[in-house]
Design a protein around this ligand. Structure first.
Ligand SMILES: [Zn+2]
Length: 137
């Protein structure tokens, strides 16, 4: 009736419900939800995304414990300080030197205002002793 009085024809057509496909982020999320629902195999209580280890397993809880366990094999590395320019290693008899005997660069970093703290070398390397590894073979 209002349309007739105004003399204007309004269209009241409503677009039919058109299902849009979800965007890429939503698609990944729905795919992940499906993976969380799908069992690994028929009648399995674990899904594709769940933890499959049993609760009474012996897997180390963190990196520190795993490293400690592996160190029992005797295949540890040795940390050796070296000159910042690569001239020499501070190893065996030279371990306590305060500067490089070739380029005179200091062994340790200067730490202003931090007396009594641990000395930090400019450069270190990790040495993997060969003999224990060969003995393991
Ligand atoms: Zn040097």
């Amino acid at each position: 009736m209002i349309d007739d009085a105004a003399g204007v024809e309004f269209s009241h057509q409503v677009e039919p419900n058109v299902e849009e496909s979800p965007n890429m982020g939503a698609s990944r999320f729905f795919k992940m939800l499906n993976s969380a629902q799908n069992p690994l195999w028929h009648r399995c209580e674990y899904s594709e995304l769940s933890e499959t280890s049993s609760p009474d397993n012996k897997i180390p809880l963190d990196y520190y414990r795993a490293k400690k366990l592996v160190s029992g094999l005797g295949l540890t590395s040795q940390k050796i300080n070296c000159c910042v320019n690569g001239c020499m290693l501070y190893y065996k008899a030279d371990k306590e030197m305060t500067e490089c005997k070739f380029c005179k660069e200091p062994h340790y970093k200067k730490r202003v205002g931090k007396k009594g703290k641990k000395k930090i070398p400019h450069k270190t390397m990790h040495y993997l002793p060969l003999i224990p590894r060969l003995q393991r073979l």
